[in-house]
Design a protein around this ligand. Structure first.
Ligand SMILES: Cc1ncc(COP(=O)(O)O)c(C=O)c1O
Length: 454
């Protein structure tokens, strides 16, 4: 078995081409299906920081799953908790009936959330968390007698999942293009904060760009605050290639929202649970939103789950009317699923036991140094980082945007390193319990790969 973390001779290992099953029926998500099926990249098991292929190759995971698995794969305590739970209570009715684990997890999540977030609505994914948050925001204003507040402010290059709400407030042109005529009507987008001409190769938060938040003030003038329900942003935009908020930007958004009674939603599906060296990005940036969405790290990626966190004022606005009636006509069959809550409880215990968020914080400098060492590598156009989130942006091939990033991804896989590429952005989401040595070897391997990429 090769040592996956050495800059191995590239292209010699290849990928598994023989398999006993039919690749055709599974229509893969966010995947170039035709290319994949000609040359599949399959993973059959995982442990700690490594994946294993069906033919026994070991691959280092530089992305913690898909921003999900900060504690490493197959964490023994989470595995045990899930195994016990599925044998004890596999499912229990979610509406008008519940089970203890859902209450226990809600309490533990609000315990580590910023002060004042004392209610937690469970969902099954980041996309569901976002659509739920948008519905809560609109319904909250209506409950308060401000039913005209229905407009939502999103942001270019934002990613808030793929359901209709999240897609509408999101700002990824490729995700929106096919559905242009069917997106939510009352949505306006702030400009994104990516200013490479001023901020390229910034370490941490860029200095330029706080003024871009002032656009929200312009929207208030144009639409009138009485028509605006909420503004939603990722504190650090992840899927667009790690766009770090400029110094002062989030604070400005907060101030404008507060002044005009607009709810500020932080989509912390990626940044929650230690990714930026604190339980939540809102704690790290010291900017408190009104609603927080989470998913991914809540169970360490083991069982699908998400949640929406709100404070008492929003929650209590719904608690009117006869007590026998449902207050919020929303929820999912699997909201607070027993096995997911067991995974969540075990994950939260594990984060606490090993001090995972502080550990992530202590690794930031070595991660930053290692990723920025790639500045002079072939094709590198920009490097961005914050917390344990990083992106190496490659210059696109003139007529083939995305092809270079894809080639790098495939060649890294062949070299024993799993990286995430979104077009020509190669993003990194290392484990919260990484070692500095792993960072160095990850970027050494990427450097070797980039030397062979067209
Ligand atoms: C910020 C953000 N919001 C929402 C989502 C959607 O989450 P899911 O894929 O679990 O629906 C993602 C997924 O990456 C995300 O990064």
């Amino acid at each position: 078995m090769q040592s996956a973390m050495e800059p191995v001779p590239l292209g010699d290992a290849g990928v598994e081409l023989t398999h006993s099953f039919n690749l055709r029926p599974f229509w893969m998500p966010f995947t170039s299906n035709r290319a994949f099926k000609q040359k599949p990249r399959l993973i059959s098991s995982a442990s700690g920081h490594y994946y294993f292929t069906p033919d026994g190759r070991r691959l280092f995971d530089s992305f913690s799953g898909l921003w999900t698995t900060g504690l490493g794969h197959c964490h023994p305590k989470i595995v045990e908790a899930v195994q016990k739970q599925v044998a004890r209570l596999d499912y229990s009715m979610a509406f008008q009936v519940s089970h203890p684990g859902a209450f226990e997890l809600a309490e533990k999540v609000v315990d580590i959330a910023p002060g004042g977030f004392d209610h937690c609505f469970f969902v099954n994914s980041g996309s569901e968390a976002v659509d739920t948050a948008l519905k809560i925001a609109i319904a909250y204003h209506r409950a308060k007698g401000e039913g005209t507040r229905t407009r939502i402010i999103g942001r270019e290059r934002g990613y808030h999942g793929v359901n209709f709400g999240g897609m509408s407030v999101g700002g990824m042109p490729a995700n929106r293009k096919m559905f242009n005529g069917s997106l939510l009507p009352n949505v306006t987008h702030l400009a994104h904060t990516h200013l490479p001409e001023k901020n390229a190769f910034t370490r941490g938060q860029p200095v330029h760009g706080a003024h871009l938040a002032d656009e929200l003030e312009r929207f208030v003038t144009f639409y009138d605050a009485s028509n605006i329900a909420a503004a939603i942003v990722e504190p650090v935009a992840g899927s667009a290639g790690v766009l770090v908020p400029p110094v002062g930007y989030l604070e400005k958004l907060r101030e404008i929202c507060t002044r005009h009674g607009i709810l500020l939603i932080f989509d912390e599906v990626i940044t929650g649970f230690g990714r930026v060296g604190a339980a939540f990005a809102s704690e790290r940036f010291n900017v408190k939103p009104d609603i927080i969405t989470v998913a991914k790290g809540i169970t360490n990626g083991v069982i699908p789950m998400g949640a929406v966190l709100v404070g008492r004022e929003i929650h209590d606005a719904f608690m009117n009317g006869p007590e026998h009636l449902v207050e919020f006509f929303h929820g999912y069959t699997y909201s607070g699923h027993p096995v997911a809550t067991a995974a969540g409880l075990a994950a939260l215990d594990a984060y606490r036991e090993v001090g995972a968020f502080a550990r992530a914080r202590s690794l930031e400098q070595s991660f930053e140094d290692a990723i920025h060492a790639l500045r002079d590598a072939p094709h590198v156009a920009d490097i961005r980082n914050f917390g344990l989130m990083g992106c190496v942006e490659l210059a696109p091939r003139p007529d083939e945007p995305g092809a270079r990033g894809m080639e790098a991804h495939v060649k890294c896989f062949e070299a024993g390193l799993v990286v995430r590429n979104g077009m020509d952005n190669i993003s990194f989401s290392p484990f919260l319990n990484s070692t500095p040595d792993e960072f160095v070897q990850t970027f050494d391997t990427l450097r070797c790969v980039l030397k062979t990429v067209n």
